[in-house]
Design a binder for this molecule. Sequence first.
Ligand code: ADP
Ligand code: ZN
Length: 521
Amino acid sequence: MEQAREILHRIFGYEAFRGTQEQVIDHVIGGGDALVLMPTGGGKSLCYQIPALARDGVGVVISPLIALMQDQVDALRALGVRADFLNSTQDLDTRRGVEAAFLAGDLDLLYLAPEGLSSPATQRLLDRGRISLFAIDEAHCVSQWGHDFRPDYLALAMLHERWPAVPRIALTATATPATQAEIALRLNLKEARRFTASFDRPNIQYRIVPKNEPRKQLLDLLRTEHRGDAGIVYCLSRASVDKTAELLVQQGIPALPYHAGLDAETRAANQSRFLREDGLVMVATIAFGMGIDKPDVRFVAHLDLPKSVEGYYQETGRAGRDGLPSTAWLAYGLQDVVQQRKMIDGSEGDAAHRRVLAGHLDAMLALCETVECRRVRLLAHFGEDGAACGNCDTCLAPPASWDGTVPAQKLLSTVLRLRRERNQRFGAGQSIDILLGKKTDKVIQFDHASLSVFGVGAELREAEWRGVVRQLLAQGLLAVEGEHGTLALTEASGEVLRGARQVMMRREPERPARAAKASRS
Ligand code: ADP
Ligand code: ZN
């Protein structure tokens, strides 16, 4: 459509549409509903901003990113677009002003927080104005089983009932086929046309490494490959964020912390420094990043395992929006699996909910333990086919797989004997010490040297045994229980113990440091 292209050039200053943008925009300008799936950085905003400018009335954008509304509005105003927002952070006078502008039709775009729409006053306000379209940003937030559920999103189903003539466009960067179906159902968008862009991000190099000394590994990565680069380091806990940020600063790498435990002012200041200054590293919990548009993030590092592939994809997707080579690096270890399984067991919600969480974790673990191309696995998760990328860690250094049935049997039988013969429960560390025949204080105290499995595991080193435990957990052949994360057998463990099931494992590519150590001994 001529008009859309004209707006693209004149207002946004871009040459051409990208990917599915033009089709989406034409469809929405024509009054159709749309469900748009596009990876982070794909250019979702234009998909509703241009139709809002082309159609009569005000485009109402529902976004959960209250902290970013001011930035988004400022950026639009700088282009001459008449934009404003309404949310709970504003005082009454400001709100009145925005409402008046909306009613007078003096706005092109109005950003609203989802909780705002539930208020009858806001609904009456919208009734009295002229609305060109509803855009529902971050639409996956409506998915109850997703990783980002916002209860207020459920109320958005009423948009269609209350304003049936207004076209709606829902947008998200994270949607497996199941989540897509849920969005369509809950937002009343089953008739909407779906636009799916490829989720492939060829400029991102995906790497998942065994976690040994995570902060040291991170420092190595930053010093050898990302000196002076902007990047994000994700940690699970606030304490770990603070500690990691401090360490980086001590080591001369400019870094800032970001987590929900910091006051709003500090968070806002750190976020805006990260956006505006070059070469800063943001160390953050996953509270940071949604809606952040910084094109030159050169790496995203995870020091802890993400809870789902969707989360991992979304977080790593913040790297390399400018299309230049970027790194997605994750350090992952046995402790991550134990910790997350414990968190799931201890989580609120019913058994069905815990099963969903466990399913998310299992998919993430499968990605970590795969011997295939990481990118192929990642895209397969989103329902896309692809060929090996030649760029990820498993493509560049294919891990051998090995038959780990015998070590698996030894480990499982240690867990079984501790339980059956001694009625004891221990974590991974004690079982490994027993297999290695170590006479630690704890081994002596519990007389574990008299177990028949004591010392039968000398063929593997400690780190390799930890890898065995990790992979057994990932494959569901072993479980962790209780607040101490003690090991337990699963139904499938029996098959392995009986010799009815082979266990294939991933052998980590030898690292130079390890090779050097081995040759000395
Ligand atoms: P998303 O919301 O999908 O993560 P954005 O809408 O924030 O992505 O767009 C990402 C970046 O790409 C922004 O800087 C945006 O200005 C830019 N962009 C979007 N569409 C185009 C286009 N057609 N040509 C050039 N740049 C574009
Ligand atoms: Zn690959």
